[in-house]
Each structure stands twice: as C-alpha cells, then as structure tokens.
Write a protein that binds this ligand. Structure first.
Ligand SMILES: C[C@H]1O[C@@H](Oc2ccc([N+](=O)[O-])cc2)[C@H](O)[C@@H](O)[C@H]1O
Length: 505
C-alpha cells in the first residue's frame, strides 16, 4: 500500500500502477479515476521547470552533415555558421560525432590525418568560446573501409581497432571534451547492418550477424571505456557512456502473454546491448538468450546462434559506463499472437516472434517508423531506471521528420517536442536521474537510406544553394524559448521571424 502527499505524485504513479491500488493520503479508501482527475484540474498547477543545470542541446552526426568526404574536407566548410545557430538557440550543449576515417584514413592508428584533427579542434574551440558543451560520439555509423574489409563488427579483433581509435581521440581532444559516447545505436549497427538489409554493410548473415556484432560492439565499448577510465580520466575528468536506441515497447493488452512478449521485444531491441553493461548480472538478457538457444536447436544449429560472453568478459563489460545515453523517438504495442509479420530466414525477429502494432490515432511523421506515442519517454525512462539501478541518463536524440518542402511553419514538430519535453518533466518529477536532452536535429541532413526525403532540422537547409543556406523553422523559436525560460508554455508564439543571439552567449 502506498501513500502520497501530493496530487502530482499520484498522477505520476498512476501511469505506472493500476488505478485501483492508489490511496489518497489521509483517506485510506479507494478513489475513483474521475475524483482524481477532478482534483488534478481543480488544484492550481505549479509551474514545471527544468533544472538550471539541465543540458539542452541538439544532435547531429558526421556522415549526415559534414560533406567534404574527399577533402583534407558542407558543415566541414560551414562550421562557424553552425556554431552561430547553436548560439541563436541558446544551447547548453551540442552532440556531434567524429568521422573515424577523417582522423585515421585507413582506420588504423598508425597514420593520423592532421587536417582532419584540426577541423575538429576548430569546431570544438568555436563551441567552447561560447560556453557550449561538446558531447562527442566516437562512432555514428561511418566505418573506415579498411576496418570493414577486415570484417567490421564481425571480427573479434574489432574491439582492439576501436580502442586504438578511441585513444587517439581522447589524446587529441580530451583536454577540452568531457562527455564521450562510444557508439550510437548498437541496434541499428547490428540488426540493420548485419541482421537485415537496411544499413551498411548489408550482409547476408541474418541468423547470426546481429548477435556476433552485438558481442563485439559491447566489448569494443568496454575497451574504450576502460582505456578512458585508466589512462585519461584522472587528468581529463570527463565521463564516458554509450547511446542505445530505446523506443518504448509496451503490451498490447494486460494479458500475461502480451506482457512477456513485450519484455522479449525489449530484450531483443535494446536489452542485448544494455544488459551486459548496465545490469548487475551482466551478459545477454536471460529470457531472450534462452529463446535464441532453443530456436537454434530446433533449427538444427549445433550451438546457439547467440554467442556467449566468458566470465572474464562479463566482468570486463559490467558497469562500463558513466551514463546511459538513449535515443528515443516512438513506441510500439506488442502482442504475443496478433499483428505478426512473416520473416523468411532465421533472424532476431523470428527469435522474438511477436506482433507489433500502433493505433491509427498516433500522429505520423514523414519517416514510416516515427509516430507520436503518448508518454513514451516517461515509460522508457522509469522502466530503465528501475531495471538498471538508477543510472545517469542523457536523451541524446529525439525529434520529428517532415517531407521536403513543408516550409518553416512546422507545427507538427512543435506538438511533438512539447509532448516529449512534458514527458521529460514527468520523468524528472518521478526522480529519474536525467541530465540532458538533445533534439534531433540542429539542421536538415542526409537521412541514411532515405537520403534528403525526410527533414528533421530545427533549421531548414536549402541544399540547392551554394552556401547551403540555413533558416530557422518555427520550432527553433519554440525550442529557444523553452531553453531560455526552462519551462514549456503551450501558448507561446514567437513574436518575429528573426533569430538573434542573446547577450553573453
Ligand atoms: C533520425 C535519426 O535516427 C536515428 O536512428 C534511428 C533509427 C531507427 C529508429 N526507430 O525508431 O526505428 C530510431 C532512430 C539515428 O541515430 C540518427 O542518425 C538519425 O538518422
């Protein structure tokens, strides 16, 4: 039985618990939903504020914005304008990634491309001049060709190559950069790259590719983390974590079967990367690993298609992160029996064997996978907080796409951001240790397989112009006001269409 002193605490709890178990402080009788809602609306709503030290930022990735692939090197030529945009928005932080190949052209650490290092030095220094905290991702999907030729993430040597690269980066930039993210979205690297055909390198290895990649990626992450911890942290004083794509997967119904199916989906989508690092036990998530082993046996494989970690590897990986970065965009409802798709070959999705569903009333973005799902940030963060013993979190990506030519009045995006940031406030009020939020994205960019057909920018980019002109959308003004006031005013309308830089930024 739980007692509450504030109505707001009850509201938070209500999203996690069934209504009938809630008892109002001082009145130990059950209360109906209608009474509770009446109380919420009748009491004057306190202004909800983001903490002063909460980092508001935006995110990008090298391959999606830099251009200049064959130069000694767009942002590559326009970085000063991009930092000016960060100042216009009043950002506290900026998350971006390094191009491994721009620093180490053949992937290995024997040959460093000094002009590439200088580009990143200038970029970082320009941010620091205006008190914008750089948050760097070491790997956001652009692998040097030679590392791919050597087997990419399927090679057991991959973790060594990654550690060598990480050391060069810590050495060259760690005096000024204090927030490190090893990998962006292991699921997209491993499932989409090695377990399906939606991202490079598109290998025909769906049965084992995802799981082999997962093991090597997690070991590579841990090697970079330990290198930082042992040899750089004492001088540089920064933090090192990983960014995992965490969409929310809740049960379609309250049945035990659907609840278990949702858990299996969570384990397959992000548990295989998060569990080895953040759980107390370490290693791959138990129920899903058992399922893959059973399926493998039935399919005639001599051993599980999912590799194991040795006890030493489990210890090495366990606890190897100072924070949990999550890219969060949407949610899915999971069913044990309905809405299933057929997959022709053994793969992660024949292993999960669940159905996914989104109600038609959830608004759709330009990206087929992206829908506005209610409370999904709150659901994901409170679940992870409980599961992994209250880690520090950063939301390292969250955003909304529109088709090209949608113009500057991006009201759908504004609706999405306000809903997301209200869910962030709910999470903070529930005690989640969330330190920052990075909107995806600062500017329109190259959206992987979808090219330039999906636009995520707070700033529109005119890709036809030689200067690649950047113009703030309405959402940029709304985000700027949220950052300035540390509150979300649902009525706020920007007074002008002119961006300015506040004094002191
Ligand atoms: C728009 C950004 O998307 C990030 O990647 C994904 C991929 C798939 C999903 N999903 O829910 O299915 C979410 C995010 C990526 O990190 C970033 O680079 C952008 O492309």
């Amino acid at each position: 039985m739980k007692y509450f002193e504030n109505i707001s605490d009850i509201v938070v709890e209500l999203s996690e618990e069934s209504f009938s178990s809630v008892i109002v402080w001082g009145y130990p009788e059950f209360v109906s939903l209608s009474l509770l809602l009446a109380l919420c609306y009748a009491s004057p709503r306190q202004e909800r504020r983001f903490p002063d030290d909460f980092l508001f930022g935006t995110a990008t990735a090298s391959y999606q914005i830099e251009g200049g692939w064959n130069a000694d090197g767009d942002t590559y030529n326009n970085y000063a304008r991009d930092v000016e945009m960060m100042r216009e928005l009043g950002l506290d932080a900026y998350r971006f990634s390094l191009s491994w190949a721009r620093i180490l052209p053949n992937g290995l650490a024997n040959q460093i491309n000094e002009p590439g290092v200088e580009f990143y030095n200038n970029y970082i220094n320009e941010m620091l001049k205006y008190n914008i905290t750089p948050m760097i991702t070491l790997y956001h999907w652009d692998l040097p060709q030679k590392i791919q030729d050597l087997g990419g993430f399927l090679s057991p040597i991959f973790p060594e190559f990654f550690e060598d690269y990480a050391r060069v980066v810590f050495e060259r930039f760690g005096d000024r950069v204090k927030h490190w993210i090893t990998f962006n979205e292991p699921r997209e690297i491993c499932y989409e790259g090695y377990g399906s055909s939606t991202k490079a390198p598109i290998l025909n290895a769906t049965d084992v590719g995802t799981y082999m990649c997962a093991k090597h990626l997690v070991l590579a992450h841990a090697r970079a983390y330990h290198a930082y911890d042992k040899d750089y942290r004492s001088d540089q004083g920064g933090v090192c974590g990983i960014t995992i794509s965490v969409n929310w997967f809740g049960p379609l119904t309250d049945s035990e079967e659907d609840n278990f199916a949702a858990e299996i989906q969570r384990q397959a989508e992000w548990g295989i990367y998060a569990e080895p690092i953040f759980s107390e036990e370490g290693g791959f998530p138990k129920e899903f690993a058992e399922r893959v082993a059973k399926n493998s046996e039935e399919q005639g494989y001599p051993r599980s298609r999912m590799p194991e970690f040795s006890p030493e590897e489990i210890e090495f990986v366990r606890g190897s992160a100072d924070f949990f970065g999550l890219n969060h965009y949407t949610a899915f409802l999971i069913s044990a029996a309905e809405h299933k798709q057929w997959y022709p070959m053994p793969s992660l999705y024949t292993d999960t064997d669940v159905g996914t569903y989104r109600p038609p009333e959830w608004a759709s973005a330009a990206s087929s996978w992206l829908k506005l799902a209610p409370n999904s940030i709150f659901n994901a963060l409170t679940h992870l907080r409980n599961k992994y013993n209250d880690p520090v979190f950063y939301i390292t990506e969250n955003g909304w796409s529109q088709p090209p030519g949608s113009g500057l009045e991006d009201d759908d995006r504004i609706t999405y951001y306000r809903a997301a940031l209200n869910s962030v406030l709910d999470s903070l009020e529930a005690g989640v240790n969330l330190k920052g939020y990075m909107a995806w994205s600062l500017l329109d960019n190259f959206e992987w397989m979808e090219g330039y057909t999906e636009r995520f920018g707070l700033y529109e980019v005119d890709f036809e112009s030689s200067e690649k002109t950047r113009t703030p959308r309405k959402s940029a003004f709304i985000y700027k006001e949220i950052i300035r006031s540390r509150t979300i005013d649902p009525e706020y309308e920007p007074p002008t269409r002119t961006m300015w830089i506040d004094e002191g930024h």
